[in-house]
Structures are given as structure tokens and as C-alpha cells.
Write a protein that binds this ligand. Structure first.
Ligand SMILES: *Cc1c(COP(=O)(O)O)cnc(C)c1O
Length: 227
């Protein structure tokens, strides 16, 4: 077995193990394979093993790979920060956008989504305390902003996304992710329309699954370190 096939099997086994350990429904945790900076050939190898969802951060790079892999039926997730001048390309070429952090961005994605495509799935990015990045809405704005963007026609708000600081012990990681779960529950107290918590990366996937992650975004543990 190649290195990447081995790592893929390991991750799938870890997901199964943590679903069991934390009483999550089998199959309730989806793997988004974060392929940023990695070549199309590695994506193809994972696709041959059955992986469909791939996460990318850099638009130009991902458009190139989408072109090289256009013979495959893949589901592309834009997971990076979204600038206004990138919304059209994202609306036209991705099934998901995880890093929506402004009403303006949601509105542009809705306006620019081609009519022949299903609404683009989006997550509202939340900035939890102590994050290095400045992206994301503050927790007390989540309900208002979600209500406002949920009325837009060509996007489908699925839930929340976060990128907490990675260098924390397991208990503190869980505490941070539990705030996200509570926020999603708060949103669902009104509508029960939201089914996605996009959280958990290579170094905190166990804590994220323990607290209810439905989409973990894994790069390093699958593709090896990025240079
Ligand atoms: C790079 C990246 C990941 C993957 O991180 P790893 O630690 O390599 O698993 C996940 N989410 C986002 C938003 C990223 O930018």
C-alpha cells in the first residue's frame, strides 16, 4: 500500500473509533480531505480509494487542479478566507464554502451562483476567543447574521465553522468546540435547519468529534506536511 493509501485507511479507522468512543452515529462524521499545496495526482489517488470531498484554500491553485481532474466526480469545498473579488469563481466552481464571515460575502455568493447549479452550501465562520485569525463573526452575532443570510435564495446555510488555535491540550480543545455545539443548538432552537459543524483538523480531530463535528478538515495527517 502507498503511504497516502495507508494514511487514508488510518484516518477512516480513527473516525470510526472516535464515533464509537463518543457515542456519535456511525457515518455522522464526514472527511474533507484538505489538498491545498498538494498535486492533482495525490487527489486522484485518494479519489480512486473512494474519497470525494476535497478542501482547497487558494483559488488559482484549486482551479488548475479542478481542470486536471475534470474527469472525476468530486465535491469541492472552498475552506479558505473569502475575499469579495473571489466570490464569483467560488460560486461557479465549488459545492461548499466554509469560511463565510460577512453578510456581503453570502449575498455575493447567492447573486453569483449560476442558476443551473444547486444552491451552494455555506458555513458561517465563528471567531472564538483567542483565535490567531481575525476572520469570523463573534459568537454573539451568530444568530442575527444566520437569520439574515438564511433568506438568500442561492445559498444554503448549513451550519457553523471554526478554526481554533491548534496548540491547546485536549480538554481545552473540547471546551472551545463545545461552545460551537452550543451555538448550533441555539440556532436550531428556532428552526432545526442547520446540520453542520465544520471543525477539527489534524491536531484536534478527536476533540472536535467528541463535541459534535460533522465535517472534519484534514490535511497533514492525510497528505503529509506542507512545505
Ligand atoms: C489547512 C487547513 C486545514 C487542514 O489543516 P491540517 O492541520 O493540515 O489538517 C483545515 N482547515 C482549514 C481552514 C485550513 O486552512
Amino acid at each position: 500500500m502507498s503511504d497516502i493509501a495507508q494514511r487514508y485507511q488510518n484516518i477512516l479507522a480513527n473516525i470510526k473509533q472516535y464515533e464509537l468512543k463518543y457515542n456519535r452515529d456511525p457515518g455522522s462524521v464526514n472527511l474533507v480531505a484538505v489538498s491545498k499545496t498538494k498535486p492533482a495526482g495525490m487527489i486522484r489517488e485518494l479519489a480512486d480509494l473512494g474519497q470525494r470531498a476535497f478542501g482547497e484554500n487558494y483559488l488559482q491553485e484549486s482551479r488548475q487542479k479542478q481542470h486536471e481532474l475534470r474527469d472525476l466526480d468530486l465535491e469541492w469545498h472552498f475552506i479558505g478566507h473569502i475575499q469579495s473579488n473571489k466570490t464569483k469563481d467560488i460560486a461557479e466552481n465549488f459545492s461548499w464554502a466554509h469560511g463565510v464571515d460577512r453578510i456581503k460575502i453570502a449575498r455575493r455568493l447567492s447573486d453569483q451562483r449560476p442558476a443551473e447549479l444547486a444552491p451552494i452550501n455555506i458555513c458561517l465562520q465563528v471567531n472564538l476567543e483567542g483565535e490567531i485569525s481575525k476572520s469570523g463573526v463573534s459568537p454573539d452575532e451568530v444568530v442575527n447574521i444566520a437569520n439574515e443570510i438564511s433568506t438568500l435564495p442561492n445559498i444554503k446555510l448549513r451550519g457553523l465553522m471554526a478554526i481554533p488555535a491548534p496548540d491547546k491540550p485536549h480538554d481545552q480543545q473540547r471546551q472551545v468546540f463545545s461552545v460551537m455545539k452550543a451555538l448550533l443548538d441555539e440556532l436550531n432552537a428556532q428552526t432545526r435547519a442547520y446540520d453542520v459543524l465544520s471543525m477539527g483538523m489534524t491536531d484536534d480531530m478527536e476533540a472536535a468529534i467528541a463535541e459534535g463535528a460533522t465535517h472534519i478538515r484534514i490535511g497533514t495527517a492525510l497528505f503529509g506536511p506542507r512545505t
